[in-house]
Design a protein around this ligand. Structure first.
Ligand code: GLP
Length: 260
């Protein structure tokens, strides 16, 4: 794992936005795995700014989101389809035919999961999977004890996840209890993974992911098995890492490693 610790969240967000733009500049038809959540809102705003400033086109990009709530329609402002359209797909003029999310209204979750996996394979697999980190160590909606061999499927959301997502719903809305999410194995098959976590609330999950034993109780710890993972943090999110000084010595404030 490459662990980059930036002095603040702004610089961490900016670094991740830069990685996404670099990927698309190098391969305009890149297949991106995208994520949602509050952390990514800031990243996508920066991607849009950078792409506009650099004249970088996302028109040929194909994207697959990690997850979608089950039975929340795409026009609902809390759905991930709505979130992505607002923050990435429309501002970057992405081709709607190439932007994929699991269909939370599909008649059958198992068929939908199979269809989604097949679509990722048909697109040639994920070049870069972007991820946030749940407070409980989830990636996508792979809640603790998700199998490391899991593929796209319907998952029951943890109570802490539902509580964390409550602010995105109206008080009159029922908070969804289920979501369709890429599996951990699906994520591990991406050619490159980038995980961003900022703020002290994530510090415990970050330490478990990077330094804890690889165990299903912290789904993100499965990333320890991936050969090309970049973990991007601010100092607060990195604060519980036992080897903090080591990571800083390799990449001071997120700078590239200097090999003599
Ligand atoms: C949701 C998403 C995850 C995301 C997590 C963290 O649960 N399904 O993919 O990583 O939120 O969100 P936030 O960035 O708001 O902390």
């Amino acid at each position: 794992m490459k662990v980059l610790i930036f002095p603040d969240a702004e610089r961490a967000d900016d670094h991740v936005a830069g990685l996404l733009c670099q990927e698309v500049a190098a391969k305009p038809s890149a297949v991106l795995g995208l994520a949602t959540g509050g952390t990514m809102e800031r990243v996508y705003a920066r991607v849009v700014d950078r792409a506009t400033a650099q004249g970088l086109s996302f028109r040929d990009v194909t994207s697959f989101n990690l997850d979608e709530y089950w039975r929340v329609p795409p026009h609902h402002p809390a759905s991930y389809a709505f979130y992505m359209a607002e923050r990435m797909f429309r501002p970057l003029d992405m081709d709607p035919g190439k932007c994929h999310l699991p269909d939370g209204l599909a008649p059958d979750p198992e068929d939908e999961a199979e269809r989604y996996e097949a679509a990722i394979v048909a697109a040639g697999g994920l070049d870069l999977q972007l991820m946030g980190l749940g407070l409980n160590g989830h990636i996508g909606f792979n809640e603790p004890t998700s199998s490391f061999g899991s593929r796209t499927r319907i998952k029951t959301l943890a109570e802490s996840t539902r509580t964390a997502n409550r602010p995105y719903f109206d008080t009159s809305d029922a908070i969804p209890g289920f979501a369709i999410t890429m599996g951990i194995q699906t994520i591990l098959e991406a050619r490159q993974c980038v995980l961003l976590a900022t703020g002290s609330a994530k510090a415990r999950a970050v330490a478990a992911m990077v330094e804890g034993p690889m165990a299903a109780i912290c789904p993100a710890s499965a990333l320890q098995m991936h050969r090309c993972v970049t973990v991007v943090l601010d100092r607060a999110a990195a604060s519980e890492l036992a080897l903090y000084d080591y990571y800083q010595s390799v990449h001071p404030d997120g700078a590239p490693a200097r090999v003599p």
